[in-house]
Write a protein that binds this ligand. Structure first.
Ligand code: TMP
Length: 237
C-alpha cells in the first residue's frame, strides 16, 4: 500500500490518500486538543497509544457485528481505513452525567442515566459543536431519517459492547462520542476513532478520571492513564 498526498489535517489526526481510491491512511498525531482547538499540546506517545487503542476497540466492535472503517494497522501511528463520506454530526451516548450535560442542565456529575441518553452535535468548531436535533439534521440534509435511526441504533449497540468490556477492567464508560460515514455502497459505517480522547472513563471504585478530562482539567498523567486503560482491557502498550 503506497501512502499518497495529504487529504485532510484535523486537530489530532491526518488523513492521507493511498494508491487505492477506496482506502485512506489515518495518522494519529501526538497533538491533543480541547475546547474546540483552544488548548493544543503535544503529548509524547499519544499518537501511537491512540492508534493501537482504536484498532483494538474497532476489532472488538467488528466481532460484535458493528461495521467499522478500520482495515489494519500499518505503522505505530497509522491505520489503513475505508474511505467514507462522513456525516457531519457527532453521536454522544451517556451512561452518567458529566461535561456539557452538567453545564447545560445543572445536574450533578456522576448521576446515573438509565436508560442512557443520546444526543447529536453538529461538527463545527467555530460554532463550538452546537447540539442539534433530528429535524435539523434532516432539514439541512446532513443525513436522512433512516441514517439517523441507524446511527442511533449502532451507537447504543457500541455502548452495549463496550460498557461490559470496560466494566471487566474496573471502569465506568461514562460517555462517548462516535462519528459515522457512508461507504461506496451507501452503508452506514463507524468512522473516526474510539479512544480515551473521545470518551469518559472513570475507575469504578475511586471514580478517578482516566480519559481526556485529565488534559482538559490539567490533571496530568494523560498518556499514562490511556496506557493504564488499555492494559486493564487486555491491551499492553
Ligand atoms: P461533552 O460532555 O463535552 O458534550 O462530551 C461528551 C462526550 O463526547 C465526551 O466523552 C467527549 C466527547 N466529545 C468529543 O470527543 N469531541 C467533541 O467535539 C464533543 C462535543 C464531545
Amino acid at each position: 500500500m503506497q501512502k499518497g498526498e495529504e487529504l485532510y489535517r484535523g486537530k489530532a489526526k491526518t488523513v492521507f490518500f493511498t494508491d487505492d481510491p477506496n482506502l485512506l491512511i489515518l495518522e494519529f498525531r501526538n497533538d491533543t486538543s480541547a475546547f474546540d482547538g483552544e488548548k493544543i499540546e503535544q503529548l509524547e506517545r499519544k499518537g501511537e497509544v491512540n492508534n493501537k487503542f482504536n484498532h483494538f476497540i474497532m476489532q472488538q466492535l467488528e466481532s460484535a457485528g458493528v461495521k467499522t472503517q478500520v482495515e489494519n494497522l500499518v505503522s505505530d501511528t497509522e491505520s489503513l481505513v475505508k474511505k467514507l463520506k462522513m456525516i457531519p454530526v457527532e453521536c454522544v451516548v451517556r451512561n452518567y452525567a458529566a461535561g456539557s450535560l452538567c453545564r447545560r442542565l445543572g445536574v450533578e456529575e456522576g448521576k446515573i442515566l438509565n436508560p442512557p441518553t443520546f444526543e447529536f452535535f453538529l461538527k463545527n468548531d467555530a460554532l463550538h459543536d452546537p447540539m442539534v436535533n433530528e429535524s435539523h439534521i434532516v432539514g439541512f440534509e446532513w443525513a436522512t431519517q433512516a441514517q439517523i435511526d441507524e446511527m442511533k441504533t449502532l451507537s447504543f449497540k457500541v455502548n452495549e459492547v463496550l460498557s461490559p468490556l470496560f466494566a471487566k477492567g474496573g471502569m465506568l464508560l461514562v460517555d462517548f462520542k462516535l462519528e459515522f460515514g457512508t461507504d461506496s455502497q451507501g452503508n452506514i459505517v463507524l468512522g473516526d476513532e474510539f479512544t480515551p480522547d473521545g470518551c469518559r472513563l472513570w475507575d469504578s471504585e475511586t471514580k478517578k478520571k482516566l480519559d481526556k478530562d485529565r488534559f482538559r482539567q490539567g490533571l496530568g498523567s494523560v498518556v499514562e492513564s490511556y496506557i493504564e486503560v488499555a492494559s486493564r482491557i487486555g491491551l499492553d502498550l
